[in-house]
Design a protein around this ligand. Structure first.
Ligand code: HEM
Length: 419
């Protein structure tokens, strides 16, 4: 067996926090290797990158998810006992519950809801001098998510709930105050949704049968038992929170549109193919998920390297989307690259890789792509705006990252001919 190149030092958790999205790419470069051994959170960890590495990472014969998420992630982003932490039959059964929400009719529903929610913000924006797109996008996505999922949302609680979903997402790489805010947000959200689950089960609230609120509240596990109230709330939040996360991609889409104004006529032309390519390139180019972890189920060897049972393995998610062996000019924003793209479940992994049904790949990838398209259509066809001077740069260290200014727009008007 070959020796896995090893990073020096006792523990690199601080290095990870200091280098953010560049942490795994930097280790690869240091060691001139796509497999590197290190220590994170006091444990041995193996970092892997590349298309073949992603294929390995998603092979359930070799890896499991139970015990992977550190406590601080379960207290903020994930919650306890959610689908992310399950394996094997239990995972597939739970995953099917999520995927059953994604019928063509229901996808069409959320698209219409989201467009209506965007349009309803315009009168207010026209009155205000400036609009902070990030805050507005999270609010619009929160309204859309709750409406689509059958969760009642009172007008006076909209901004609180939107902020709480945002804070859970914002906590991923955060320590101290950002982590605390994420924890409080999760506690408050879970309490809110648990109460709704109880009311639904008691028939005091009657969401439509095809909504996430109904389907998750009455879901039965493999033994025929309902999820306990807390787990049901965690899974409903696993639908609502990531829809709010799409707001981040909307901000990056607006930033791309600002940086590459030559794309505007094509986005306005009504050519759906171009809009899809643009959206795919936003998901490839801009950083969101930095890395993913799994644990080796058994001793095995791969490409001559040996992996021991119980070892934490981290996949280079953002790095893979920027690898020169998979993408030409990887650090340039070029929607056109997706015109000839053949598709690969392991080379383009912004929302995980592999198969949606068999593995942990994101259940909301279709919703994400669709709502990014809808939001771009809104920004380019329904309104006009100007972009004042501001700092639109984003840190490669902060996880998750976002343009410094949160993207401010001004002089919002209805676009003539469309209203
Ligand atoms: C899983 C990213 C939107 C629901 C994941 C994973 C990533 C991800 C990286 C983990 C894959 C893995 O563990 O291998 C994103 C991003 C989004 C997004 C960047 C948009 C900004 C959504 C939406 C939904 C959703 C809109 C639902 C409506 C889920 C669920 C899982 C998941 C339920 C867990 C799947 C499992 O463990 O089997 N997502 N996601 N996501 N996502 Fe998303």
């Amino acid at each position: 067996t070959k020796q896995i190149p090893k990073e020096k030092g006792l523990d690199q958790t601080l290095t990870l926090l200091n280098e953010g999205y560049r942490y795994i790419p930097n280790r690869r470069q240091n060691q001139q290797s796509d497999i590197v051994q290190t220590r994170l959170l006091g444990k041995k960890a193996i970092l892997i990158s590349g298309e073949e590495a992603a294929r390995l990472f998603y092979d359930e014969n070799y890896f499991k998810r139970e015990g992977v998420a550190p406590r601080r992630i379960k207290k903020t982003l994930f919650g306890e006992n959610g689908v992310q932490t399950l394996d094997d039959e239990e995972h597939k059964h739970r995953k099917l519950m999520f995927l059953s929400l994604m019928t063509p009719e229901r996808l069409e529903d959320i698209k219409k809801i989201t467009m209506r929610q965007w349009i309803s913000k315009v009168p207010e924006w026209k009155r205000n001098k400036q609009v902070k797109l990030f805050d507005e996008a999270e609010e619009v996505m929160c309204r859309s998510a709750c409406e689509w999922a059958g969760i009642p949302l009172r007008e006076e609680e909209v901004s609180q709930r939107a902020r709480e979903f945002g804070d859970m997402i914002d906590a991923i790489g955060g320590v101290g105050e950002r982590n605390q805010r994420g924890k409080r947000a999760r506690q408050s959200s879970e309490k809110w949704i648990e109460d709704i689950v109880k009311k639904i089960r008691a028939k005091k609230l009657k969401p439509a049968e095809n909504t996430a609120a109904y389907i998750i509240s009455f879901h039965r596990d493999m033994k025929g038992k309902r999820l306990d109230t807390h787990t049901a709330a965690v899974e409903i939040i696993n639908v609502l929170r990531p829809i709010v996360a799409i707001g981040r991609y909307v901000v990056f889409s607006a930033r791309a549109l600002h940086d590459y104004p030559e794309t505007l006529p094509q986005l306005r032309s009504g050519d759906d193919t171009y809009t899809t390519m643009f959206v795919q390139e936003v998901r490839r180019f801009y950083p969101f998920t930095p890395l993913l972890g799994a644990i080796a189920r058994k001793d095995f060897s791969w490409k001559g390297y040996s992996f021991n049972k119980g070892t934490l393995v981290m996949l280079d998610v953002h790095g893979i989307n920027h690898r020169a062996d998979l993408w030409s000019d990887p650090d340039e924003f070029k929607p056109e690259r997706f015109r000839e793209w053949k598709g690969s479940p392991f080379a383009f992994v912004p929302q995980g890789g592999g198969d949606h049904y068999m593995g942990h790949r994101c259940a909301g990838e279709w919703i994400t792509v669709m709502l990014m398209q809808t939001s771009l259509e809104f920004l380019t066809n329904h309104i006009t705006y100007t972009v004042p001077d501001q700092d639109v740069s984003y840190s490669m260290v902060r996880m998750p990252t976002i343009p410094e200014s949160r993207f401010v727009i001004e002089d919002v008007r209805d676009r003539a001919g469309t209203q």
